[in-house]
Design a protein around this ligand. Sequence first.
Ligand code: SF4
Ligand code: SF4
Length: 72
Amino acid sequence: MERSEAVKLCMCRQCPTYIDCREEISFCMAVPSKSTCIKKEAGCLCPGCPVQEQEGFMHVYYCIRGNEQEQR
Ligand code: SF4
Ligand code: SF4
């Protein structure tokens, strides 16, 4: 799916790990990868996200560990 669609479905803003520093969400597809402000892992909602399911993504903590492609 398009990144713009993923941003609409993304659950990052409800996530306990999320910090808003005015970055585009949908970190699983982010280029450049990783957040510049989120550093501490406190739970990740990606496993329940429709983007994760529809794209067949397998990883978590994209905001900290890097996008799907980088974690493969
Ligand atoms: S898988 Fe995670 S980073 Fe990707 S859109 Fe869903 S909640 Fe956001
Ligand atoms: S990528 Fe995962 S850990 Fe990071 S903000 Fe999104 S749901 Fe939370």
